[in-house]
Design a protein around this ligand. Structure first.
Ligand code: UD1
Length: 371
């Protein structure tokens, strides 16, 4: 098949491209090579067997030309700005790229005689806001609001039951959970997801939205301080600096290895997936402090993380995926454990340049009152 991967030079996109090429598809990468991610260079891992169109997702003309010229049949829409904190002040940029870019794509598909017959869009766990929780005392499952400023200012990090005020436990979050966005980034992902599904259903173009949890692995930019926590910690440790831990480090996320995410992208080609939404995670929570400790240990460096007891505005406490649906309907099975994934990440990081811009990003968040 002729497949377009927007964002195909990025972290997840590049692994997806490799897998699609391995499966003998004709692949076209459409990527702007964002400076913040690629530092002005063409990534060494860009698959030479794919066509590469260096262009912005906001460039309507070029995107249209690409889809028509290569007679694209399947589109994986991964091109996006991905920094949650950054999206809270680069509002126009995030909406322009993530929402505007998606509107370009859909507008082109709908208003031209294209050969597109499937669309798969990368959504995010961040669209849920807080995950699902259970209060033993009240015997109630619920999805809370963000923790209040008053609570966080007292360093009371855990989520409390709104009724009995006791600490509650995190539960796996299902696709039926509410999507309560707390950042422009999350909102842009929710809108992307809905736009694609609405147009897909209206024009009978099978569409699938994949809600990725915290993806990690090689090729995630080690010099982009606005990226995910595993890459940030990796870069700090490589540069002999302590990872900075917000809150107490006991907050958890669901870390899913990049090739398992690729697995979900391939499975989404199945017709059973059409017009549906799936969580893509490992299904297990991992503490943030453990992430820092594991990376340092596997790297072989005696660096202790620095617990700041400070918090980032808008951060949730826990969220991990219920992956029953994708397992049952598409046969998804995460293959790489967190520990094995970290080993692969470290092995790669040892041979890769990592410029630590963390302090600069921290300053920026502080100036904007987000930290
Ligand atoms: C991340 C991604 C988001 C993606 C989502 C789901 C980023 C910035 N965020 O959001 O794009 O859609 O997963 O896959 O890429 N932390 C520290 N120290 C640090 C950095 C983070 O303690 O230096 C903590 C945070 O306070 C938070 C946790 O680590 O509690 C995770 O943070 P982060 O990696 O930014 O991820 P999410 O907000 O979960």
């Amino acid at each position: 098949m002729n497949i377009l991967v927007t964002g195909g030079a990025g972290f997840i996109g590049s692994f997806l491209v490799d897998e699609l090429i391995k499966r003998k598809h004709k692949v076209v990468i459409y990527d702007v090579l964002d400076n913040q991610v690629h530092l002005g260079k063409i990534p060494y891992y860009l698959n030479k067997k794919a066509e590469f169109v260096r262009a912005d997702i906001r460039d309507y003309k070029l995107l249209k030309k690409t889809i028509l010229k290569y007679k694209i049949e399947v589109i994986y829409h991964l091109a996006a700005k991905v920094g949650v904190g950054q999206s809270q002040y680069q509002i126009k940029e995030y909406i322009d790229v993530n929402v505007g870019g998606t509107s370009n794509l859909l507008d082109i598909i709908v208003n031209n005689k294209t050969t597109v017959k499937k669309l798969i869009v990368a959504s995010s766990m961040s669209t849920y806001g807080e995950g699902m929780y259970y209060c033993r005392k009240c015997n109630k499952e619920f999805q809370p609001d963000l923790r209040s400023k008053e609570q966080l200012d007292k360093c009371l990090w855990e989520v409390l039951c709104p009724e009995c005020k006791t600490v509650v436990e995190a539960k796996p979050t299902t696709e039926t959970a509410k999507q309560v966005c707390h950042s422009i980034y999350a909102l842009s992902k929710k809108v992307q997801e809905e736009m694609c599904l609405i147009i897909g259903k209206t024009y009978n173009i099978p569409t699938v939205a994949l809600r990725f949890f915290n993806v990690f692995g090689p090729r995630q930019s080690l010099s982009n301080p606005y990226t995910g926590v595993a890459a940030i910690f990796m870069s700090r440790i490589k540069n002999n600096k302590p990872p900075i831990i917000f809150e107490d480090g006991l907050q958890t996320r669901d870390f899913v290895y990049v090739t398992d995410v690729v697995q979900s992208c391939i499975l989404a080609l199945k017709s059973q997936a059409d017009y549906k939404v799936y969580n893509v995670g490992c299904g297990k929570p991992v503490g943030i402090l453990d992430v820092a400790k594991t990376i340092a240990k596997v790297y072989g460096k005696d660096i202790k993380p620095e617990i700041r007891n400070k918090y980032r505005k808008g951060d949730i406490r826990h969220c991990f995926a219920d992956i029953t649906k994708i397992k049952k309907e598409l046969g998804f099975k995460p293959k790489i454990s967190f520990e094995d994934g970290i080993k692969k990440l470290v092995l790669w990081a040892k041979t890769t340049e990592a410029k630590d811009f963390y302090e600069q990003a921290e300053k920026e968040l502080q100036q904007k009152g987000l930290l």
